[in-house]
Design a protein around this ligand. Structure first.
Ligand code: ATP
Ligand SMILES: Cc1cn([C@H]2C[C@H](O)[C@@H](COP(=O)(O)O)O2)c(=O)[nH]c1=O
Length: 690
């Protein structure tokens, strides 16, 4: 019997493996498309060259100047020359590239970069180094959009998303690789060719190789070419702020992103000078640079998997604040090994912030606004990085070198250290600002919240204070069993001597009943989604004012069948209106009243809807995808605040569900109210004259 079971399982595994192979054969990975693979190799080489170039050019700029201030200024100038063209000239270069042959454009841009980089050590002057940096950056402005336009024609539309992910990997994964190559080159150079010239020759060779790969691209699609349109970075920032900045989450994201970038930017900006002061040379510089990017990669991977159940909004602010503390240590501990480790930690904190920020956008921004939001964040990253990378070395130069002596102990405190501390202060203030803006668990102390997430036992706030009752909401899709379970809970609580008010939304007041009729009548047509959302919120405002608050004020347990979460799930996720905005409207409508506990009865819509015999109302008759989105919405809301929810599988037996609910409610019950108040205990539904 057991053996049979085992063989059966082994067979299933074999069948699955076979199915996987078949799927892979029918659905090959994007790198199996030969032309795309070559383009991807060219992109990896070109990105490697870009990162190597900035390391080699800044290192050589330092060598071509003397004195702490002059060297800092030279490095700052190279970084500005490297970044500014992208900020200002992107749309112009895109418009020119639009008219040119894509493959030829890329090859010529690579060959031009090869020539420019070879010329820099030969000429050996700072002025030409800066001019060559600007021209090299301009070549990238033609190369990148031409590559993007080619890419979209090399893979089937269904694979574009995967192709985009590979492209991102090549573009950013090449940064730590460049740091390793740079550090190794520096070690070799110490033996054969002192100085930073060798790194520049290696960079030039990488671009030459990229040109060869580009020229080897064959079988490019004929016919209509994909359009190239490069949006202006300052324009995207200004436009994006108008809508991203209007909600607290948006403002928090922007403020926090600025802080995380300030932290990483100052390290990259002053790394060369700081490492020199610690006796590290080019190899040390490459290592610090690589550590920041390797840490960031790790943080991006770790972010979504970290502290499951902990508020993402809190995590975002915390990650930025942690970056600030790491930066303080990096500024004060003047030891190269420690600085490398701290650089990796800093990158990891920024990576966690980046991944969490992305998760927040996915979760809280309406689907059709997401591309605009992502474009805005990317543009913001560019602008802030240019500013920080430009200003940091200049500020370090202006601060100069200082030394404090206490007895025989000498402590050097250079401009680089000062700038790192300034960066830390900016990151700390912005991190705290983002945390405050976005905090969605104000009532819960952070330490308990963190402890709960770390131990996997979410923190449940203590029972409400005596002068206020208990507020419990039942939420879930159609036919989940909310009415059934709320009645059973009310009966159980009354049996235990509690003053209980059962109520529901919409329609617990006279005004609410009219609104319910409008909202659920199938004759109501052409009701705009926003109007629908506001009508539900209006019903709620009346409900809270006339039923819920008075009952809570007298110390009753109020059980409502649907509340704010229904608005967020149905109108936010179902109708795809901005969830954060609906939340704000509800905050206002209810004067901030939130349930002490929300019981989410989770059921597949097909099962819940089948539980009814009566004809479907206006909302129930929405298509299956709508109800699927609503279900996902409820679950996302519960995941974001697990301490406030009890999520139950509502396809289980009724009695099992009831027991789970009683167990949880028991933990938060206040003392029963005196029997004298029971004469005002209402029954379901609570319809008032209001
Ligand atoms: N766990 C369960 N298993 C099977 N049937 C159930 C279960 N819970 C409730 N039902 C039945 O499903 C139907 C709908 O239940 P109920 O009215 O409580 O759901 P609801 O969530 O309040 O629905 P609505 O979407 O109208 O608010 C009722 O006939 C009820 O008896
Ligand atoms: C509160 C609230 C409700 N809805 C929807 C959900 C249901 O389809 C109906 C209410 O019917 P029920 O039988 O009383 O469950 O209204 C909504 O879309 N938005 C809301 O805020």
């Amino acid at each position: 019997m057991r053996l049979g079971g085992f063989l059966g399982r082994a067979e299933t595994v074999r069948a699955d493996t076979h199915a996987d192979t078949l799927t892979r054969m029918n659905n090959p990975g994007v790198l199996s498309f030969k032309s795309f693979r070559r383009l991807w190799i060219a992109l990896s080489l070109s990105s490697l060259g870009d990162w190597l170039g900035v390391l080699a050019l800044t290192a050589l700029a330092r060598e071509l100047t003397s004195g702490y201030a002059a060297q800092s200024y030279a490095i700052g100038a190279v970084l500005i020359a490297w970044l500014l063209p992208g900020l200002l000239l992107g749309p112009v270069a895109g418009a020119i590239a639009e008219r040119l042959d894509r493959r030829l454009t890329m090859a010529v841009a690579d060959l031009a970069r090869f020539g420019l980089l070879v010329s820099v050590p030969i000429v050996g002057r700072l002025g030409w180094l800066l001019a060559a940096t600007v021209l090299t950056a301009c070549c990238a402005l033609f190369w990148t959009p031409a590559q993007e336009s080619l890419r979209s024609g090399l893979v089937p539309p269904a694979r574009l998303d995967q192709a985009r992910r590979y492209t991102l990997l090549a573009a950013y994964g090449s940064a730590p690789a460049a740091a390793v190559v740079f550090a190794l080159t520096a070690l070799v150079a110490n033996m054969v060719m002192p100085g930073s010239d060798l790194a520049l020759y290696v960079t030039a060779a990488v671009f030459l190789l990229s040109a060869v790969v580009v020229l080897s691209l064959r079988d490019l699609p004929r016919g209509e070419r994909r359009r190239i349109s490069v949006p202006s970075t300052p324009g995207t920032v200004a436009d994006g702020w108008k809508f991203v900045g209007s909600a607290p989450v948006g403002r928090g994201l922007v403020v926090g992103t600025v802080g995380a970038l300030a932290a990483c930017g100052v390290v990259l900006g002053v790394a060369r000078m700081y490492v020199e002061a610690l006796g590290g040379g080019d190899a040390g510089y490459g290592t610090v640079f690589g550590a920041v990017f390797a840490g960031a990669g790790f943080g991006l991977f770790l972010g979504p998997r970290m502290l499951d159940g902990f508020s993402r909004r809190r995590l975002f602010g915390l990650a930025v604040v942690s970056a600030a503390f790491v930066l303080v240590l990096a500024a004060l501990i003047q030891n190269l090994v420690a600085v490398v480790v701290l650089a990796a930690l800093l990158g990891a904190a920024a990576g966690v912030a980046g991944a969490t920020g992305r998760e927040l956008v996915e979760r809280e921004v309406r689907e059709d606004f997401r591309p605009r939001t992502h474009a805005f964040v990317i543009a913001l990253v560019r602008v802030v990085l240019v500013l920080v990378l430009a200003v940091a070395p200049l500020a370090a130069g202006a601060l100069g070198q200082h030394e404090a002596a206490v007895g025989d102990v000498h402590y050097g405190f250079d401009g680089a250290n000062g700038v790192l501390l300034i960066g830390a202060v900016i990151a700390l203030l912005t991190g705290l600002g983002a945390y405050r803006q976005m905090d969605d668990r104000r009532a819960i102390p952070l330490s308990r919240d963190l402890y709960g997430a770390l131990t996997g036992v979410p923190y449940v706030p203590p029972a409400p204070v005596k002068d206020r009752g208990l507020f419990i909401a039942f939420e879930g899709g159609e036919g989940a069993g909310k009415t059934t379970q709320s009645r059973l809970l009310a009966i159980w609580l009354r049996d235990h001597g509690f003053d209980v008010v059962t109520t529901r939304e919409p329609g617990a007041t006279k005004v609410g009943m009219r609104l319910r009729a409008i909202l659920l009548d199938r004759e109501t047509t052409a009701l705009s989604y926003r109007a629908e959302s506001l009508l539900y919120a209006a019903d709620r405002a009346q409900h809270v004012d006339a039923v819920v608050r008075p009952a809570l004020d007298r110390g009753a347990v109020v059980i409502t069948d649907r509340y704010v979460d229904s608005n967020l799930a149905y109108q936010g996720y179902g109708r795809e209106l901005p969830v954060a905005e609906i939340d704000e409207v509800n905050m206002w409508a209810t004067a901030g009243l939130r349930p002490d506990l929300t019981v989410l009865l989770d059921v597949p819509p097909s099962l819940g809807l089948n539980r009814f015999a009566s004809p479907a109302d206006r909302i129930e008759s929405e298509p299956a995808e709508f109800h699927d989105r609503v279900r996902r919405g409820f679950r996302a809301l519960a995941e974001a605040e697990p301490h406030r929810y009890l999520v139950l599988d509502a396809s289980q037996d009724q009695a099992v569900i009831t027991r789970h609910i009683q167990d949880r409610v028991q933990r938060i019950l206040p003392d029963p109210v005196p029997a004298s108040t029971e004469d005002i205990t209402s029954t379901f539904p609570a319809i008032t004259d209001a």
